[in-house]
Design a protein around this ligand. Structure first.
Ligand code: SF4
Length: 291
C-alpha cells in the first residue's frame, strides 16, 4: 500500500502563529484561550494536556489579572473592552490577514454611514471570524450566508462586499455578480458597488493544488475537524476531483472497505489539521491493510 501525505496541506501560518504564541506562554504562565485555538479537537486536546485552558466569554471575569489568548479568528471590539474592564491581559494572536480585513471593514463601515450604504459580509453565521467582522460595524453589516440571503440587501443603496477569509472564491464571485446585477436593475450604471478580494491566499491557493493531488491518487482520505469551515470547503474540492474521497476527523473513523483492492491512498487535510494527525491516520491505514 502506497500512502502519500499531501505536502501542501496542514496548518496555515495564522494557526501556526497562534499555537506558537500559546506554546511560548505555556509553562511560564497560566493561560487560557477564548474558544478552541484551532478547529481540530485532537490538536486542542494536545495543548490542553500541556496546560492550555479553553474558556468562553462568560468565564472572562474569572481571569482578572491573568492572560487570555485571542485565537487566529480574532474577536470583536466588545471583547477587548470587556477584557480591559475586567483587567484581563490579552495576548493577541489574531491572524495578520484577519486583522487587516477587520480594519478594512471598519473603514467601509464609516464610509457607508456617510453614504447611507451597507457593508455586506459573505460568511458563515456564528463563525468566530464572522462575529469579529460583524463587530467592526457594531453589528450593522448585512450577513449573507449564500444566495438565499441576498434579498436582505437594499439594492437601491451603496454596497461594500467582503468575504470571510476561508470561503469558496467561486461562490463569492457568483454572489458579487448577483448583487451587482440586482443593483443595476434599480440604479443602472450608477450602482455604487465595490467587492473586495478578501479570501485568504493560503486558502484560495490550496484548491487548485488539492484538485491535482486528489486526481493523482485512487482514494483520498481528507482529515479535518467537523467544526472547520476550511475543512468542509476543501473536502468539497477533493470530492469534486475524486469521487473516492472520504472525510474523517481521526483514524477511528476509517472504514476498511474504502481500501478494498486499493494500493494507493493520498492523505490531505485542512489549514487546521496538524501534520502529526495525518501521519497517525496513514499509520492506521497501513495497519488496517496488514491485519
Ligand atoms: S486561513 Fe488565512 S486568514 Fe485564516 S488564519 Fe489561516 S492564514 Fe490567517
Amino acid at each position: 500500500m502506497q500512502i502519500t501525505i499531501d505536502s501542501k496541506s496542514g496548518f496555515c501560518f495564522g494557526v501556526i502563529n497562534a499555537i506558537r504564541i500559546s506554546e511560548d506562554e505555556l509553562g511560564k504562565n497560566k493561560i487560557a484561550c477564548l474558544g478552541d485555538i484551532v478547529h481540530n479537537s485532537r490538536e486542542v486536546e494536545r495543548l490542553k494536556k500541556r496546560g492550555l485552558q479553553i474558556i468562553t466569554h462568560n468565564d472572562l471575569s474569572e481571569w482578572s489579572g491573568k492572560k487570555v489568548l485571542i485565537r487566529a479568528h480574532g474577536e470583536p471590539p466588545t471583547t477587548y473592552q470587556t477584557a480591559k474592564q475586567l483587567d484581563v491581559e490579552i495576548i493577541d494572536a489574531t491572524c495578520p490577514i484577519v486583522l487587516k480585513l477587520q480594519e478594512r471593514i471598519k473603514k467601509s463601515y464609516y464610509e457607508m454611514n456617510d453614504l447611507n450604504g451597507q457593508v455586506v459580509i459573505y460568511g458563515k453565521e456564528g463563525h468566530a471570524e464572522v462575529v469579529a467582522l460583524m463587530g467592526q460595524t457594531k453589528g450593522t453589516a448585512v450577513l449573507v450566508t449564500g444566495v438565499k440571503d441576498i434579498d436582505k440587501i437594499d439594492f437601491s443603496k451603496p454596497v461594500r462586499l467582503y468575504s470571510q477569509t476561508t470561503k469558496d472564491p467561486v461562490k463569492y464571485a457568483e454572489i458579487g455578480e448577483l448583487i451587482l446585477t440586482r443593483m443595476q436593475t434599480v440604479n443602472g450604471i450608477n450602482a455604487d458597488f465595490k467587492q473586495f478580494n478578501t479570501i485568504c491566499g493560503q486558502m484560495a491557493g490550496r484548491a487548485p493544488l488539492l484538485t491535482a493531488f486528489a486526481k493523482e491518487h485512487k482514494v483520498i482520505i481528507f482529515v479535518g475537524g467537523d467544526k472547520s469551515s476550511n475543512a468542509v470547503a476543501l473536502f468539497s474540492v477533493c470530492k469534486a476531483a475524486n469521487g473516492s474521497s472520504y472525510f474523517v476527523s481521526d483514524a477511528a473513523q476509517l472504514q476498511r472497505e474504502w481500501f478494498d483492492g486499493i494500493d494507493d491512498v493520498g492523505i490531505s487535510g485542512a489549514t487546521s489539521t496538524p501534520t502529526w494527525l495525518m501521519e497517525e491516520v496513514g499509520e492506521a491505514i497501513k495497519k488496517m491493510n496488514k491485519d
